[in-house]
Write a protein that binds this ligand. Structure first.
Ligand code: AMP
Ligand code: MG
Length: 484
């Protein structure tokens, strides 16, 4: 009746890495969202099924005949401190092979306790699962590597946090759920031989070319670092703040994963933090590259025995690679930023323009996304426009225009900027309003409308100005929450 095409290669790995589990029994699962486009892309072809069937499938009540549900073990440095973790509220149904022969994990998040739940209840609130669905899909459509969201099913069972909430299960699709934290766990609990087998498995799955490399430890470290650099540069481009970049939330495949307390910048400031638990600003917008480097050094620490038999030599080799991070990141970041102002080459003049623009944005408390739209000659509402009637801005803009003219003119610049600057991002106030309607009123119009718009984030049409009317002091007191 279906096109499940499941395989289970992860369970061929040493058994310390996972536990076989069952999902909780739910009497009345209820389908809230189903991503039909993604269903087609994956070749699942469930879209014609009754909602009741979809609800049973994507809450783990009706398993594919060949499903072998497991929870994965992992560890992680959370806010700098090492902990043993694992899927405490997620189960992996298996690896689905798409019509394009891509292998993807299908995971149910919020589907009950597992041996790794510690004191948690294994559950997730409807609000947090809707949030993950909306923002992960928005990231994908922004062109940023991300896990995807296939379905949200209400459990019609209460979830107790500070208050009573509705429960839900999200079906998450990922290239894999192997994290830096999975390596930290494997290093600690596997023998050297098993660890090598695990590393080879990961390479085969995510970077098959590396398997033949002379030094697989170095090759994998370089590959994961280059994917993380590419990913963080993309986050910075659109003003995304992940919010909880613990090593267990950093995917080896280089996808954005775990949409807990994430949020988007409005006013530009590198110190922006929204997560309620990030009191030190460890995961602030501007700190993300430094934290990625920190996480990669944890990753490197797990690979030492593969890098060199002599630990001191291995450490030196790993350090040399990790120390390249800031230079490589800066190159890629400037290459990206100059495109946001319509230039192709990140030469000295272009870099100075970028620096000057960000300095101005910070001092003027300007909106990050809108400042680039303004350069693209998109009309902003009066209240936003006023920011740019300012001598410092006019001076910067005049210099910018001179350089644009010397580099092929404004039309060329506009076509570059169109690809680099989203018109729509999931603005925090719009996300929260849509979630309020869905959770408190059971009305999904604003959620679906926002979701629809976020699927074409680079397309501007007249009449979209309302989306740029950002309430004054919108971020004041705005907080996001983890693991809810
Ligand atoms: P996160 O902050 O969402 O990345 O989660 C960190 C760890 O806590 C992971 O091992 C999760 O599986 C676990 N966790 C989060 N929420 C729950 C919950 N409600 N029940 C059990 N485990 C949880
Ligand atoms: Mg996590």
């Amino acid at each position: 009746m279906s096109d499940w095409n499941l395989e289970h290669t992860y369970t061929t790995l040493p058994q310390q890495l996972f536990s076989r589990v069952e999902s909780i029994k739910i009497d009345a699962p209820e389908l809230v969202l189903y991503n039909r486009k993604l269903d087609t892309e994956l070749g699942l072809n469930f879209s014609h099924q009754l909602e009741k069937t979809l609800a049973a499938l994507f809450s783990g009540q009706q398993l594919a005949p060949d499903a072998q549900p497991i929870a994965q073990a992992y560890a992680g440095h959370q806010f700098g401190y090492f902990n043993i973790l694992g899927d405490g509220r997620a189960i992996l149904l298996g690896e689905h092979i798409t019509p394009h022969q891509k292998r993807v994990d299908i995971q149910l998040k919020g589907a009950g306790t597992t041996p790794y739940s510690r004191r948690g209840d294994g559950l997730a609130t409807l609000r947090s699962m809707l949030r993950e669905y909306l923002i992960s899909e928005a990231m994908h459509h922004l062109g940023i590597a991300s896990t995807r969201s296939l379905a949200v099913v209400k459990t019609n069972m209460p979830v107790i946090r500070e208050e009573v909430h509705e429960g839900a299960i999200l079906t998450r699709i990922a290239s894999s759920h192997i994290r830096v934290g999975t390596f930290e766990y494997a290093k600690r609990f596997l023998s050297d031989e098993e660890f090598k087998k695990f590393t080879l498995y990961v390479c085969k799955r995510h970077a098959p070319d590396l398997v033949e490399k002379e030094n697989i430890g170095i090759a994998l470290l370089e590959e994961v670092m280059s994917r993380q650099i590419a990913l963080i540069v993309e986050w910075m481009r659109v003003g995304f703040i992940h919010g909880v970049m613990n090593t267990d939330n950093m995917s080896i495949a280089g996808e954005t994963i775990d949409y807990g307390p994430c949020a988007f910048l409005n006013t530009y400031h590198p110190n922006t933090v929204f997560s309620s638990i990030d009191t030190q600003g460890r995961y602030a917008y501007g700190n993300q590259p430094a934290i990625a480097q920190w996480n990669l050094s944890c990753f490197a620490g797990t690979l030492l025995s593969l890098i060199d038999a002599d630990q001191n030599i291995a450490i030196e080799k790993a350090k040399t690679i990790i120390h390249l991070f800031p230079t490589l990141y800066n190159e890629d970041w400037y290459s990206m930023m100059v495109r946001k102002i319509g230039l192709e080459t990140a030469d000295k003049n272009a870099r100075q323009l970028v620096d000057g623009l960000l300095r101005w944005m910070k001092a003027s408390e300007a909106d990050y996304t809108l400042s680039f739209l303004r350069l693209m000659q998109i009309p902003l509402p009066q209240q936003q426009q006023a920011k740019y009637d300012d001598d410092a801005w006019k001076k910067w803009e005049a210099e910018w225009l001179l350089i644009i003219k010397a580099n092929g003119g404004i039309d060329k610049a506009l076509s570059i900027m169109k690809q680099a600057n989203p018109v729509f991002i999931p603005r925090n106030h719009l996300v929260e309003a849509a979630l309020d309607d869905a959770v408190y009123q059971n009305r999904y119009d604003s959620f679906n409308c926002l979701l629809e718009r976020l699927q074409s984030p680079y397309q501007y049409s007249v009449g979209y100005e309302e989306h740029f009317d950002i309430p004054i002091a919108v971020d004041q007191g705005y907080q996001t929450f983890c693991g809810t």
